[in-house]
Write a protein that binds this ligand. Structure first.
Ligand SMILES: Cc1ncc(C[n+]2csc(CCOP(=O)(O)OP(=O)(O)O)c2C)c(N)n1
Length: 318
């Protein structure tokens, strides 16, 4: 990029793939084909695509349990992601990690993590390794605003500044930590101000604006590659579905969610594409293409074998 119209169209299709991936697995969950629960990223697709598309394939990324979209945007195959959801041997973690443990080192996806804030020091470690090996790779960590009250958040920010690590911290501030409004638990709700207190370059941006996220991460990555140190980006967004499947959502009103839908990133990028000269039928075609990518992944995953029982303890570390 800069986002030419064609690149925008690809990004739009990628966001639709992520949205439809979450819709497909919700349906599988309702059919009882997925055990446990999962944490959908519906409404947060712009941070995933904008951030990951501004990185190189060999750059590193860590994400959370809400990271299906980020993993796919970083290059994880949709087939391998779908198969992992269904616990199949062809999944990215051989069917043994599930929703919260997507990983694929071949595209720099160092791993999703169910422990709040755990991905930050992991990304800092990857950034340190690039720095020590004199490579120009950067590492990006995605996390929610709930992570800012964890001890490792502070430890990571401090060392990242001291060591001038090529690290990009992207906080997806969706206003709620699980079922709690974040202003009830966090003294400074504008989390980028905490990063500034460490002397780290930091900014708060509209997290539903794909172009803005792309440009901000691209700028941060260029600076970090040139030895300019870390950057903190607080992307303001909103999760349109519950925290997880089965969330009764009694902590927010239907009106609030309806209002947020007006500002959701796919709708907004669709409008932008129309401004750039795309037609309604162009958008419909991109939607159909996304639909077939999901249908193909579903077919692949459902027809894949389960892991062999003898594999139960392979790659498992206790
Ligand atoms: C260390 C730790 N403490 C508590 C939890 C339970 N937990 C799971 S998600 C979550 C909320 C995190 O909120 P936020 O970081 O804002 O991310 P979001 O879920 O909104 O994407 C909590 C407390 C956990 N997984 N890890």
């Amino acid at each position: 990029m800069p986002l030419t119209s064609e690149r925008f169209q690809d990004a739009y299709r990628q966001m639709l793939v992520i949205r439809k991936f979450e819709e497909a697995i919700r349906s599988l969950y309702q059919q009882g084909k997925i055990r446990g629960s999962f944490h959908p990223c519906v409404g947060q697709e712009a941070t995933a695509v904008g951030g990951c598309w501004a990185l190189r394939k060999d750059d590193y990324m860590t994400c959370t349990y809400r990271g299906h979209g980020q993993a796919i945007a970083k290059g994880l195959s949709v087939r391998a992601a779908m198969a992992e959801m269904l616990g199949k041997a062809t999944g990215c973690s051989k069917g043994k990690g599930g929703s919260m443990h997507f990983t694929d080192p071949s595209v720099g996806l160092l791993g999703a993590n169910a422990i709040v804030a755990a991905g930050l020091p992991h990304a800092a470690g990857a950034a340190l390794s690039a720095q020590l090996q004199k490579k120009d790779n950067v590492a990006l960590a995605y996390f929610g605003e709930g992570a800012v009250n964890q001890g490792v958040f502070l430890e990571t920010l401090n060392l990242a500044v001291i060591w001038k690590l090529p690290l990009i911290l992207v906080c997806e501030n969706n206003l709620y930590s699980e079922m709690t409004p974040s202003h009830e638990t966090t003294s400074v709700v504008d989390t980028y101000k905490r990063a500034a207190a460490f002397g780290m370059a930091s900014i708060q941006i509209d997290g539903n604006d794909l172009e803005l996220i792309y440009e901000t991460v691209e700028g941060a990555a260029a600076k970090a590659r040139a030895g300019g140190g870390p950057m903190y980006i607080e992307a303001m967004t909103y999760r349109l579905w519950g925290h997880m499947m089965g969330d009764p959502e009694i902590y927010r009103t239907k009106e609030e969610v309806a209002q947020a839908r007006e500002n959701e990133p796919i709708l907004r990028l669709g409008r932008r594409l129309l401004e750039l000269g795309c037609s309604d039928s162009d958008l419909a075609r991109l939607d159909t293409e996304a639909e077939s990518i999901i249908a193909d992944a579903l077919q692949f995953a459902e027809s894949s074998p389960a892991p062999e029982p003898a594999e139960a303890f392979t790659d498992i570390f206790i």
